[in-house]
Design a protein around this ligand. Sequence first.
Ligand SMILES: [Zn+2]
Ligand SMILES: [Zn+2]
Length: 248
Amino acid sequence: MSNICIFRGENQFYSHGVFDICSMFPAYYNVMIDLHTHTLFSDGVLLPSELVQRAYHAGYKAIALTDHMDMSNVDFIVPRLVKAAAELSGYSPLTIIPGAEITHVPPDLIGKLVADARDLGAGIVVVHGETIAEPVIPGTNRAGIESGADILSHPGLISIEDAALAAEKGVALEITARKGHSLSNGHVAKVAMMTGASMVINTDSHGPEDLISRTRAAIILRAAGVPEESIETIFSNSRKLVERVGRS
Ligand SMILES: [Zn+2]
Ligand SMILES: [Zn+2]
């Protein structure tokens, strides 16, 4: 008799009798972790409940719900995502993390909003970086890095100096699967590797069709110029963020 491991989608393993390969892989290995997604609390199309279920079906192990926020809605959305994550966690094998994406906020106000989101219970805080796809206020990348956020999302216009600061502060630079934002993945990966900044890969999902497999995530990293030996490190950066939230 064989038992299927928790790994799903393209990462299934089977255990057979004495040789139990499943036990060799702790949770979060060989599975998709996505720390940047949107629900209908901002401009996503799914309820948190459905996004979580869709992510489970797509083979995910962990997901952060990081809706767009500014000073008008941070206190409205974060507590609701905290509630959804807490209640759904009892009924889903996924690790569900309530979060925030601080978006299009003047750089001087970003630090306070990151702190507010954390105080309200956000486990993962993303700052919406200076992408080439939207007119983000210059200085947002620097402010996001200095704000103590976990992830600077799609920072397509990032300078070497700011990437070096991200390395120093331990802020992860995002490689993205999202159309438009992803056009600058190669630049982000290059400056991250030059400066030692850590990277994560996320989908920035707004709907169910945006969720991807870990295999697809690895392809996107390769296409960004990330060498094969660094791909596992990038996946492990996401794993460590999930583990850090679990400890806090
Ligand atoms: Zn959006
Ligand atoms: Zn986003």
